[in-house]
Design a protein around this ligand. Structure first.
Ligand code: HEC
Length: 169
């Protein structure tokens, strides 16, 4: 071997040794860091876990339970009110066609129909009472009229307008 080959080998092995030492150092540093830094917990993963281990139902008991029940019933009522049916339309025909007509056109379940004048015949009770019955529901000899025609998000004003429209037919 010539002299400069020896010189090259010496430098080359020094560089190699340095790189190997650096690699080993980095391995230890990485493993140390992975032990000291706590693993990141994804918020969504946490929520999923909580959702999975949550109880399927809640027991309402005692005075606190009554309060919670009342609050959730009120919240449901508010939601229904905020979401007024038929876009809040006060046009009796719109509400009638969308809801009341299902029973009052065919007369199903004993509902008085508009066509035969059966509905108008009830006017002798007084319009206010008919409106009250339409809002609160009414069970008479003919059948069961559900409160607000079965849709709690129809407002009092809408029922009034619809009964008036039905009487005018
Ligand atoms: C599920 C079927 C059904 C729907 C829907 C329905 N009704 Fe009735 N309705 C009846 C029946 C049945 C009666 C007759 C009850 C009786 O006299 O026995 C009745 C009776 C009435 C009466 C007369 C009550 C009385 O005191 O004689 C009014 C007013 C009335 N409905 C209004 C409405 C209005 C307004 C709507 C829509 C918001 C509506 N109904 C939707 C079934 C229905």
């Amino acid at each position: 071997m010539r002299n400069y080959d020896l010189e090259f080998l010496k430098r080359f092995s020094m560089v190699m040794a340095f790189l190997i030492a650096l690699a080993v150092l980095l391995v230890f540093l990485a493993s140390h860091l992975s032990k000291t830094i706590p693993p990141e917990v994804l918020n969504s993963a946490q929520a999923q876990v909580e959702n999975r281990i949550a109880p399927t139902g809640t027991v309402y008991a005692g005075a606190e339970g009554e309060e919670l029940k009342a609050a959730s019933a009120q919240a449901a009522l508010d939601r229904a009110k905020a979401n007024v049916a038929f876009g809040g339309s006060l046009d009796g025909k719109v509400v009638y066609d969308g809801l009341c007509g299902a029973c009052h056109t065919s007369g199903s379940g004993g509902a008085p129909t508009l066509a035969g004048g059966q509905f108008k015949a009830r006017l002798s009770k007084g319009e206010d009472l008919l409106i009250k019955h339409a809002i609160e529901g009414f069970t008479g000899a003919a059948g069961v009229m559900p409160p607000r025609g079965g849709n709690p998000s129809v407002s009092d004003e809408q029922i009034k307008a619809t009964v008036e429209w039905m009487l005018a037919q």
